[in-house]
Unconditional design. Structure first.
Length: 298
């Protein structure tokens, strides 16, 4: 029940975006997407990765585990290519929702399980954010038809990737950021998710929200069911210690991230489908995530 209640503000912001979608012109929403892409989400990603020192022993288990989870999401999502949009750029916009994850909900979920494991979830997010963005930006760059050199430049210079990679470097260094800098970044980060959710609500096809076809149903099933099931099987097969194992399973079970909409908009993809997938994933996780938490505490 606690997780479901924690998700209600996000769902409320989506609805509010739907109400205001027609009251503001498209140029305003494009400006919000640009602000999120260039400044607010990079601040969020940097802060999430740099907030706590990263222990090398935990990093070895959790870092490799999260990369494996992301890789499985990418491969399973690719299997839905025949059922997705014809244009590859639009497919890539939705494809990324199979492995992206909601950072804020991650910390809520882990606190419901064990407040002391927040530092381990921070490590998972710190390692996963650069890899998730590397995969997403590469896929979207391919969809744009860019050559190898231009695609590599898009990946390396992408604000999401640079911010996440810098945050991991700070976390691994063990040196905390100056309080003035960290507080300023945190204030920027706090604005990222609410603005993104409003923009998603404005773009969302509300009539199609509850329609799950093979493509959208498949992507949601991968994110909320297949990945945590595979993670649960792997942590038990390799006898990973309970704390790290619980973090990896919950990380795999998180709904997809609103950053998928921001990145799709930045590349000029059709944003309606990722917006719908984000809303569906958030709504369905009200049911699935508490079950995964109960499984870890049982």
């Amino acid at each position: 029940m606690g997780i479901a209640m924690a998700l209600l503000p996000s769902l409320g912001l989506l609805a509010l975006g739907g109400v205001f979608g027609k009251r503001l012109d498209q140029a305003t929403w494009r400006g919000i997407d640009t602000l999120n892409f260039q400044l607010l989400f990079p601040a969020l990603m940097f802060s999430a990765a740099a907030a706590r020192p990263i222990n090398l022993d935990d990093a070895a288990i959790i870092g490799l585990g999260t990369w494996g989870i992301l890789g499985v999401g990418l491969l399973l999502g690719w299997m839905l290519r025949p059922f997705g949009p014809a244009r590859f750029l639009d497919f890539a916009a939705g494809w990324q929702t199979a492995w992206r994850f909601n950072t804020a909900i991650g910390f809520v979920a882990i606190s419901a399980l064990d407040a002391d494991s927040a530092s381990l979830m921070a490590i998972a997010i710190g390692f996963a954010v650069p890899m998730a963005n590397l995969m997403a930006v590469t896929a979207l760059s391919m969809g744009k038809g860019l050559g190898f050199r231009k695609a590599a430049g898009k990946v390396v210079l992408n604000p999401f990737f640079l911010a996440a990679l810098s945050g991991v470097a700070v976390g691994l260094s063990g040196y905390p950021l100056p309080s003035v800098l960290s507080e300023g970044l945190n204030q920027l980060a706090l604005a990222a998710i609410p603005l993104a959710l409003l923009a998603i609500g404005a773009t969302l096809d509300w009539q199609g929200l509850m329609k799950l076809d093979i493509y959208t149903g498949g992507l949601n099933s991968i994110k909320l069911l297949a990945l945590p099931c595979i993670a649960w099987f792997m942590v038990h097969s390799f006898a990973i210690p309970k704390e790290q194992a619980s973090v990896l399973v919950l990380f795999a079970a998180l709904p997809t991230a609103s950053a998928a909409h921001v990145l799709a908009a930045a590349f000029g993809a059709d944003c309606r489908q990722p917006a719908t997938l984000i809303a569906q994933s958030t709504l369905l996780s009200c049911i699935s995530l508490p079950l995964w938490i109960a499984l870890q505490t049982g």
